[in-house]
Design a protein around this ligand. Sequence first.
Ligand code: ATP
Length: 400
Amino acid sequence: MIRLTGAVLRVGLTGGIGSGKSSVASRLVQRGAVLIDSDRLAREVVAPGTDGLAEIVAAFSDRVLDADGALDRAALGALVFDDEAARRQLEAITHPRVRARAAELAAGAAPDAIVVNDVPLLVEVGLAPTYHLVVVVQTEVATRLERLTRSRGMSRAEAERRIAAQADDERRRAAADVVLTNDAELADLHGSVDALWHDRLVPYEVNLRQRRAVRPARVALAEADPTWPQQYARLAARIRHAVTPADLRLDHIGSTAVPGLAAKDVIDIQLGVPSLADADGPLAERLADAGFPRLPGEWWDSPRPAGSGRWEKRLHGSADPARPVNLHIRETGSPGWRYALMMRDHLRADPDQRAAYLVFKRELAAAAPDVATYTTAKDPWFDEEHHRAEEWAARTGWRP
Ligand code: ATP
């Protein structure tokens, strides 16, 4: 299998204790995934004879060892349970080792592997941006308590205490690209895992490997989705993690950045770079490896007013078949960069213009053109809107 990119598809899998993470992980393995179990790695990196264990003893003394010289988890747990500084010290020893080992295992996987990282504290540790996709298993707390007490022999109080020590469902949901609910039969869960595998993970992996971005062929307007900003935030965090320097400016632009506006379900993102030459080297490679491959051609915006020179950019898309993205790379401070921000802010500020734009878009979409025709047909409207937006910017003292 020929791999053009350096990255295998990395999926992060998490969920509260007793939610059914392990059940999802084993089903994914049956389908063909390579599983990296971070709980297991966490035990391996502090096994007897490891430098991880030696560092723990250096930090916490040999009180944390049992009679056989292995780590006494209960003793260590008691030391760090109520002591934030001690817990951080412990995590500073274990987390980098687990991450390094996980990266090593992923790098050793076949070029067309789909690597699933089972990480119970993925959200708590802030690892979401390091994966191509984050899958969260979500189950009612009452059901989790019932399953934990029945199948693990855990007391109800212990199960409650452990659930309370983790991130809550809402925080996990905010980090999730995919939520699998597991309140019903195991067969239902398996059904959703299989669909996720076939409909999303397999084509995502192929796209990532072949550096192919998904492009919707026809224009379909979707009703305004209140989760678009949150989806942008997840994508932006992933992009920020992939690029250097990490302080490059990212903005949510286009219609999905204007609350209440129906739009094509494509998230527009603008990445500002000091010079477009920066967009063509390692940056393009890093974005492709992170799941945002370059789109060939399409390197110019329509300048406003029409005919005023060329507005150059680079355009990347998304390899995730279920989340189309336009990632516009423009020079920070350039006319095209400024225009995208000004139009967004003007539409956010002016409900009448927003309504007029929506009427116009609906008429256009009803004619059901292909994406290219739809995009150029919007030009005259934008030429006019541009004048209004410039007036508004001058009047209000708007700055990008
Ligand atoms: P942990 O965080 O402790 O690793 P987990 O999220 O991996 O938990 P599982 O071990 O997959 O959770 O599930 C907890 C228990 O509930 C297991 O015994 C599992 O077999 C059972 N279980 C999972 N899903 C269902 C279901 N839909 N119906 C019935 N039992 C289930």
